[in-house]
Write a protein that binds this ligand. Sequence first.
Ligand code: HEM
Length: 502
Amino acid sequence: MSQELVDLDDIQGLVAFGYGKLKEACFLLLNVRDAAAARAWLSECQVNNAVKPKSAPCTALQVALSCRGLCALGVPKDIVQDFSPEFVAGMSSDESRARRLGDVGENDPARWQWGNTPQVVPHVVVLLYATEGRLAAWQDEVLAGCQAGFTLVKRLSTTDMGGREPFGFKDGISEPNIDWERERPAVDQELRDYTNIACLGEFVLGYPNEYGEYTERPLFDPQRHPDADLPRAEDQPDMADLGRNGSYLVLRQLRQDVGRFWQFVDGVAHGDVAARTHLAEAMVGRSIDGDPLIPTGEPIAGEDDPRNTFTYRGDEEGLHCPVGAHIRRSNPRNADLPPGTRGFISWAIRTLGCDADALANDHVSSTRFHRLLRRGREYGTKLTLQQALAAPLDTAHGDHEHDGTGLHFICLAANITRQFEFVQGAWLAGVRFDSLHGESDPLLGNRQPDPAGAPTDSFSIPVANGCDRRVTGLPQFITVLGGGYFFMPGIRALRFLSKVQP
Ligand code: HEM
């Protein structure tokens, strides 16, 4: 990583590291009780930065603020309004957003435990990571230090499930590779091949994104706050850049009904172990141990992990990996041009839209504008497969007070709408995806009928030379219990936000 081109010492460490070695973690949702004391704590808390440490740390602390949090701290309104509209509005702000994100029915924000009305959107989230055995004492220390300024709204605990999510699948395999060296040409050029390298500006504000542009963020005349120690905007050097080195952080508490998932697939498979495994893996798009379902070995720029050296080119019909599988929906691994062989004639045919396969694939927007940096952690009790198959069906299904077991989904992005909301809304919750219609993500779907009243509770498995096999009656496996949009500022911006007065 290049220190001159990128202010690594000003970027919070979570952008660069998942802190995977710090196996204990908890997320403290806090509200400001005394603005002066809260500002004092924020101005001094020790936030880990993105510089690679010489030796692995034993603890790490990261901070992010919601729009309500910025207001509660007394940040001037015009500065707050310069953050992105969806951040200002909030995740549960209106029915239209809730519908787009699939937050209806059981997922309706009115039923959430936290984050659902203006009163309970937490002001601040403090993310704590620690080596085994160290978290409890350290969390007490942090809470004691900040209690004059904050009240604890909720503590989101996590469980180390050994690199697997609660259904038992290996997780954390595919992540975009950030171009920290800033070598990727930041221009909107035609890309013929899927690449795993993403411009820094896709995840960190103040740097060029995949369009070669700087995402909008709060900038102001340095004369306005002469004492502010903020970087200048690269694209407007006469302006102070409050966004630079910051990211938006999306947090969603997703309860997973592990018993229901395995008992459903077992029922469809009539208890046949191989058929059960096959169906569950088709729904995810990977084997339980994380192997892809389609042949690998395709060179992918910026990708070293052999489990990720593949695209869906050559499997347009989804015979190896169903088109509707979770990982195919969440990252269709396509490029700007519709797929096809290389060479000018092929390029011209595809670009002119004369290729039928290419037209089918046009329904899936180019992936590079919709990448997410996932940083979630599992929580609750880990069940073995045998326990899941024998578990009484989650009696708390529908009881939103019960945390159960699941994933605290976290992702970082520079543009919440273009990245998180697009993936969640259009690709996962949406009932039209690529050639599919009338079904949503097999793991995350809320199974609510579409606006015309048609069911959405099926999952299609393409079959060679025949009609798709359609598994119907999928229950809802995952329920949203809370969520919010936060801004994880650069460290200098955090200090500025803790001092600035209206
Ligand atoms: C409890 C809910 C969820 C479960 C159980 C789950 C499970 C998984 C699993 C098993 C993988 C494959 C392993 C990997 O590549 O890391 C995966 C990949 C992925 N998931 Fe999820 N996921 C959940 C929620 C979400 C949500 C809400 C989003 C986005 C809004 C999302 C986006 C992705 C992406 C982008 C990938 C990587 C796909 C790729 O690049 O191949 N997931 N997920």
